[in-house]
Ligand binder design. Structure first.
Ligand SMILES: *[C@@H]1O[C@H](CO)[C@@H](O)[C@H](O)[C@H]1NC(C)=O
Ligand SMILES: *[C@@H]1O[C@H](CO)[C@@H](O)[C@H](O)[C@H]1NC(C)=O
Ligand SMILES: *[C@@H]1O[C@H](CO)[C@@H](O)[C@H](O)[C@H]1NC(C)=O
Length: 188
């Protein structure tokens, strides 16, 4: 039931990103021959990362409960995406502003694509595309938990954003959003 609802949300979300994506790609001052016109298609937003395009979209649960990390991750994967990391300032700002602009629900935290490397004993961006270095490291509330970005606990500035490793079922409080992403065309 829930996964069906999430799929529906996915479709609803994707259709709502359509118009902004289309607007963003209309750029009369840039010669079309020099850019990839719609590197991410119509359903996700294209961000330029160091390695190439990253196509992502946020998904929100509009009921009075949180979404677990596992459901968030599974929802992305069911649709051919992974839980996204955030590499560039553009990505951080875009998703911060989008969350703050959401009036239907108070989004205070977002599940992130972060893993733990047991050999370096460090958390790292694990979407397979982002530069892996994660600084500052998340605050560990629950070892073996999962990582969410807490929007209201820091400034939306480099080095000031608060990521915490929390227990999906408890300390996470009310994570209502996650971001799915996948690579678009890569630079060679
Ligand atoms: C959202 O929730 C946070 C934490 O409970 C609270 O500090 C904030 O004022 C709320 N924002 C809105 C717009 O309700
Ligand atoms: C963990 O870090 C080591 C050393 O940098 C690296 O070789 C290894 O690939 C990393 N593992 C993962 C899962 O990223
Ligand atoms: C992580 O590394 C420690 C030693 O550094 C080891 O004892 C432990 O089994 C490792 N855990 C996993 C899941 O690999």
């Amino acid at each position: 039931m829930l996964s069906f609802r999430l799929l529906t949300l996915l479709l609803v979300f994707f259709s709502s990103t359509l118009s902004s994506t289309e607007k963003a790609t209309v750029s009369p001052t840039i010669s079309l021959s020099t850019i990839t016109p719609r590197p991410c298609g119509v359903s996700t937003k294209a961000f330029i990362r160091k390695k190439g395009y990253w196509c992502s979209a946020s998904l929100t649960i509009f009921v009075d409960k949180q979404i677990s990390y596992k459901r968030a991750k599974d929802s992305c994967e069911l649709n051919g995406y992974v839980l996204s990391s955030l590499e560039t300032e553009e990505e951080w700002n875009y998703y911060y502003n989008a969350a703050k602009a959401e009036t239907r629900v108070n989004i205070t935290s977002i599940w992130m694509g972060v893993g733990y490397n047991n050999s370096t004993q460090k958390y790292y961006w694990n979407d397979g595309n982002a530069i892996e270095t994660l600084e500052p490291q998340p605050t560990v509330v629950k070892a073996n938990g999962n990582t969410a970005w807490f929007l209201d606990e820091g400034l939306n500035k480099p080095g000031k954003r608060i990521l915490k490793v929390v227990n999906s079922a408890e300390e996470a409080g009310s994570v209502k959003q996650f971001i799915c992403g996948r690579p678009g065309p890569q630079f060679t």
